[in-house]
Design a protein. Structure first.
Length: 177
């Protein structure tokens, strides 16, 4: 019998000072049985960073031809492709043919090695690549519960996150824009 995903519910009070966006996000997120909590929380952060009308989670790990997050127009045209982790160059090359807005958010302990091996190839593509520090993502993952209320403030290249009695910062580095 196949394992079922674990369902998480997030209420996020989002204040994006970079975009003058202030909203509340009510997200229901399915964590694939093979997905680590760090990856799921990276998807949540990516959603917050790119919050807009029509943004949605895909089937993720269950659908290899889909990104983790996307946005489609009313006529079903792909407008935004967001991948987390360290995707293969060919996958991102294909994504850049499907839409002009492709973002990659790298986050784990292998990110530096992956980027040093792939950056020359990625430089030829019109994609944006960002990196979250692994230790900050790990810290955030320790705070996860099945139902969460978060406050997320985005300013500069930092996400300020408040969860219950905890507060932490998650920074990101622009590797390619």
């Amino acid at each position: 019998m196949a394992l079922k995903p674990t369902i998480f519910k997030f209420t996020i009070n989002l204040s994006d000072l970079n975009k003058d966006l202030y909203t509340t996000l009510n997200l229901t997120v399915a964590q694939h049985p093979s997905e680590k909590t760090e990856r799921m929380m990276t998807r949540i952060l990516c959603y917050c960073l790119n919050a807009q009308e029509g943004l949605s989670f895909t089937k993720g790990l269950s659908a290899i031809d889909e990104p983790d997050i996307w946005s489609k127009s009313l006529d079903d045209q792909l407008e935004l492709w967001i991948d987390t982790g360290e995707p293969a160059f060919d996958r991102i090359k294909k994504a850049s043919r499907l839409t002009k807005n492709v973002f990659v958010y790298s986050f784990n302990s292998k990110s530096d090695v992956w980027w040093s091996q792939e950056k020359d190839k990625f430089a030829k593509l019109p994609v944006s690549v960002f990196q979250f520090p692994w230790d900050e993502i790990q810290k955030l993952a320790t705070l996860v519960t099945r139902t969460m209320d978060l406050s997320v403030t985005i300013s500069g290249n930092t996400l300020y996150i408040a969860v219950q009695q905890e507060a932490l910062e998650v920074n990101w580095t622009v590797l390619q824009e």
